[in-house]
Design a protein around this ligand. Structure first.
Ligand code: HEM
Length: 470
């Protein structure tokens, strides 16, 4: 196994998608986590290396996903998410003072419902609390992990990279290890069954016909490759994981850091007020505030910088590639066929050679330096991965996270119940792109003075030419 921590070499890996592809390792992991049958694994692995032309199940489905999640194409799904999120935020508006919530718990539920509704449509299986709980049981959370890094060489070969199953709680990682999962990961295993039963019914009943473009685009290939409903339902676990697992912690961390830094909170409020549109209904006298998330992505650089900084600090994903043929990387390193490459984002993100001496601090202003584009290595920011498998969901995720954080800043005061914000540490997490917090934070959320009784709405104008962060 090779571990690569140098942005320059990571970029070289991304330039070799044929010999160092994402598909084979990701597909094997998906099949194990989702519990796919032998027949499905055969379909999944047929021509996975594209040695017999460009057509394969994985290639077909991946292309469909990327097209359906592109800027502009994603607007419809973004609007459905925003409509739902708006309702959840309205629910925080306590007439007689403040609501007391656990921040992580609230975000997890609100984001799960808004996102899954946007993806799966009005017959969304996540509306059933049992399915929501089952999904998060499959996710599970590891206690700790063994990581290996060599900052000097930034590239090392590891003969023996040992996972200790006892280090991990019941959840996705144990499903991935696939050692009698019914015994080693009983909660995740049962959760997977509940999820699969609900989604099998959803697809069998044709409920996905009113779903988002991305769910329908994939359905074309489920039928082309004649996948049984149960196997389609199994695959959906991976997609649900993609749309939910990283957005919840990314939103949590961004809110946590913004609200624990009064200077940043103040500056963001000022910046956001410049794009907020306020009108008054002359009959009722009620003020309505509208926030266009597409405009916000263009005109709120500090908000974008705070978002990037949260991703930089908490990206814990490790991109994996298989070496299909001997490959000379950078005319320097010979990668032997049959090996695996691991590229942990956290190591690059913590490298002071790229990010300065304060890499442990939340400092959005590092992304606002006028010369960052010229001076920064383009692959030093790895939160979305890179190359052909650069996260296609980043436009949707950015819209959702920025929408939630912007509304919290504009609309609400948020104070910790204990009077002072606790220090929240993150958990090591091998399976997620963004690491989870070790604890929840209980907070009072109340409408800001001067805004009582006002109405708030999101708008999403055409985003065809707009990206938030790359
Ligand atoms: C903060 C939120 C998110 C983060 C940090 C994130 C991160 C990533 C990363 C790092 C990769 C590349 C993995 C690799 O190269 O090894 C990836 C791939 C992917 N992501 Fe995301 N993601 C997020 C949200 C989403 C959302 C909301 C969706 C769907 C709407 C999504 C769908 C996907 C898909 C389908 C792939 C595989 C792409 C391919 O096979 O070409 N992600 N994501």
């Amino acid at each position: 196994m090779y571990v690569i921590n140098s942005p320059h070499l990571i970029q070289q890996v991304h330039k070799n998608p044929k010999t160092l592809p994402f598909g084979p390792a990701a597909s094997k992991a998906t099949a194990r986590v989702c519990g796919c049958s032998e027949e499905t694994i055969n379909i999944l692995m047929t021509n996975i290396d594209l040695s017999q032309g460009n057509q394969s199940f994985v290639n077909d489905v991946t292309k469909a996903i990327h097209a359906a999640l592109a800027p502009g194409a994603i607007d419809h799904m973004n609007r459905a998410m925003a409509e739902n999120m708006s309702r959840a935020l309205d629910g925080l508006h306590a007439k007689d003072g403040s609501s007391k919530i656990k921040l992580w718990q609230w975000l997890q539920h609100a984001i799960t419902l808004a996102t899954s509704y946007a993806a799966y449509g009005p017959k969304n299986p996540f509306e059933d609390t049992d399915v929501e709980n089952a999904f998060w049981l499959v996710h599970g959370i590891p206690h700790s992990c063994n990581t290996v890094a060599n900052d000097d060489a930034r590239m090392i070969f590891i003969a023996d990279y040992v996972f200790n199953p006892r280090d991990f709680k019941d959840g996705i990682l144990l499903l991935l290890l696939d050692i009698v999962p019914s015994l080693t990961a009983p909660k995740a295993y049962q959760g997977r069954d509940v999820y699969v039963t609900a989604f099998e019914k959803y697809f069998r009943n044709g409920d996905h016909e009113n779903a988002s473009a991305v769910v329908k685009a994939r359905d074309v290939f489920w039928r082309k490759y004649k996948l049984p409903f149960k196997e389609i339902a199994r695959f959906e676990i991976a997609f649900s994981f993609g749309i939910l697992a990283n957005t919840v912690p990314a939103t949590f961390w961004m809110l946590y850091h913004v609200f624990t830094r009064p200077d940043i909170l103040f500056a963001l409020d000022k910046e956001l007020h410049r794009v907020l549109r306020t009108t008054i209904d002359f009959e009722s006298g009620v003020r309505q505030h509208t926030l266009d998330i597409t405009i916000l992505k263009i005109e709120c650089p500090l908000l974008l910088a705070a978002f990037q900084e949260a991703l930089r600090l908490y990206a814990s994903g490790t991109s994996t590639r298989m070496v299909l043929k001997d490959t000379l990387l950078n005319d320097q390193y010979l990668l032997k066929a049959g090996s695996i490459i691991q590229m942990p984002a956290a190591v690059v993100h913590a490298d002071s050679a790229f990010w300065g001496p304060d890499t442990d601090d939340f400092n959005p202003y590092r992304f606002l330096k006028p010369d960052i584009k010229e001076k920064q290595h383009p692959a030093a920011f790895q939160a979305w991965g890179g190359g052909h498998s650069l996260c296609p969901g980043r436009h949707f995720a950015s819209t959702e996270i920025l929408a939630v954080v912007a509304m919290f800043v504009l609309r609400y005061e948020m104070e910790p119940v204990d009077g002072v914000w606790p220090l929240v540490e993150s958990k090591g997490n091998l399976m997620s792109g963004i690491t989870d917090p070790k604890r929840d934070v209980e907070v009072y959320v109340s409408t800001r003075k001067g805004f009582e009784g006002d109405v708030w709405a999101y708008e999403i104008s055409d985003s065809s030419n707009v990206t938030a962060t790359e």
